[in-house]
Design a binder for this molecule. Structure first.
Ligand SMILES: [Zn+2]
Length: 139
């Protein structure tokens, strides 16, 4: 997929930086300018479709997915229907998530306490990282 040019300095080196109100946001690596391009409509990057479905399977609500990824909950519902994704029943594990910058992520990992008693997965999310944790419910 071709990235657009930075509208400020016309550099070609731009990176994806999340979705804001259904618009793909980019960040220019040269001048750090953030910009969005026209509405994505039905052509949302499959990257976000996969992420949204992953979160759905993990038990994250539609509204929360909207908040995390910036794609509307209606889109997420449509994908769930389109790909016939079913949430397994989850009673023992409870997912929670955090969106962290790289330095926040490193700080989080430095404390052994934060790594105990839960499974976790870290996935890139634009220029940040999303950490999903599964904690066993206390009996
Ligand atoms: Zn630029």
């Amino acid at each position: 997929m071709k990235h657009p040019l930075c509208p400020r300095c016309e550099a070609q080196h731009v990176v994806k930086s999340g979705i804001i109100n259904e618009r793909q946001r980019y960040r220019c690596k040269k001048c750090s300018y953030y910009f969005t391009v026209s509405k994505l409509g039905k052509n949302i990057d499959s990257y976000y479709v996969t992420k949204a479905l992953q979160l759905y399977i993990e038990g994250v609500s539609y509204r929360e997915i909207e908040r995390i990824l910036g794609v509307s909950h209606v889109s997420v519902m449509n994908w769930v229907r389109k790909y016939k994704v079913k949430q397994p029943e989850q009673t023992e594990y409870h997912p929670s998530y955090k969106v962290l910058s790289h330095s926040e992520l490193v700080a989080h990992m430095q404390s052994a306490k934060n790594l105990q008693g839960a499974g976790m997965m870290i996935t890139e999310l634009g220029d940040k990282y999303m950490m999903i944790k599964w904690k066993r419910f206390k009996e």
